[in-house]
Design a protein around this ligand. Sequence first.
Ligand code: DWN
Length: 410
Amino acid sequence: MSDSAILCRSCGSAELRTFLSLGKTPLADALVTADQLDRVDPTFPLDVAFCASCTLVQILEEVPPQQLFVDNYLYFSSFSPQLLRHSREHVEALVERRRLDSSSFVVELASNDGYLLRNFLPHGVRVLGVDPAPDQANAAREAGVETLEQFFGVDTARRILSEHGPADVIIANNVMAHVPALNDFVGGMAELLAEDGLITVENPWVKDLVEHGEFDTIYHEHFCYYSCTSVDALVRRHGMFLNHVEYFPDLHGGTLRWHIGKREQVSPEARRMLDTEVAAGLTAFGYYADFAGRVESIRTTLRSMLEELKAGGAAIAAYGAAAKGSTMLNYVGLGTELIDFAVDRNPWKQGRYMPGVHVPIRPVEALLEKQPDYVLVLAWNFLSEILDQQDEYRRRGGQFIRPVPTPEIL
Ligand code: DWN
């Protein structure tokens, strides 16, 4: 069945076939304030489709980016030590391999609070962040990172080009999945990039999403879910090439870093990844056909596990007011009847409530104050970091529950 009313965000084909529906869910990062508790949170369909023409996996609903990323957006990148380490290492590698210095110009798209670009400053590299979220842009400026408070596309690229010149490096981490106007975004990168420049794009790998049951990483902020094959088709449409691929299995549930340029210099690693995806079946609908059944199994297993623990008198909390946590709680149906509270290190999120289910969000210290019997790890992508951090909670007998790939009490 093709959803002919809707066209592929990348290639414009009508050959989109839905393989998963998570129902109507609230906006994942639209945390609720106390004075909004008596309202019904707005929800939107969350259906996922495969494009038979260019293989891009994408959601069909299009919530306006202003509503997603500007009005009351609370995600700050700097609350994750692992992400900060990863970003710092990326910058140091770029400075060394590209011999970046004060004559170089680096632009980051979705630069958030300056978490990555600030690492270029000691090297004297000229940097510019682009991010539409005002609080994050202000935090970046306070860190010394000049930031353009705009969405990125061809128009913004032309403005930057006229004011700063072409970019030697463009970094786009966890943003190319977040743009509905995909060709405007990639076209802007092509316009802004110097002829011998490098674009590095990072996003989770759709293969890990499917094979590790990471359905909760599907929410309205993430319009697209990438394979190397779909990225290759997308950038070639704009006269660029997917030249190299790096894989980070422990970041956000499995992340790829694509190296893109205006000259075709495809590495053996990139070639191997493209061949791996064909061999694994990612380029055909059949690979995705049974995913919905596996997601449903996670839902029923997790819900019955928590209901049984609760019936036995256990107190249950959650860790991480993550966007993925909103999908998890709302799709599985986990509200305050099962989850007493969630904890999160980000002070912007504390005192608010998870969208849809209205589970209260507290500081992380609440785990030791309340010592719930179990804690459902919504931010499972940081599990090892959280287990180390919460050693005392575990020493006192507390147990963590990891929801994917299959619900498990640790
Ligand atoms: O693409 C996106 C990914 C990369 O980040 C964005 N759309 C939004 C965001 O998604 P997320 O909210 O699921 O990301 P995180 O970074 O997995 O969320 C982790 C949450 O856990 C944050 O709210 C911070 C919090 N946290 C914590 O309380 N203690 C994180 C760590 C590492 C901790 O020790």
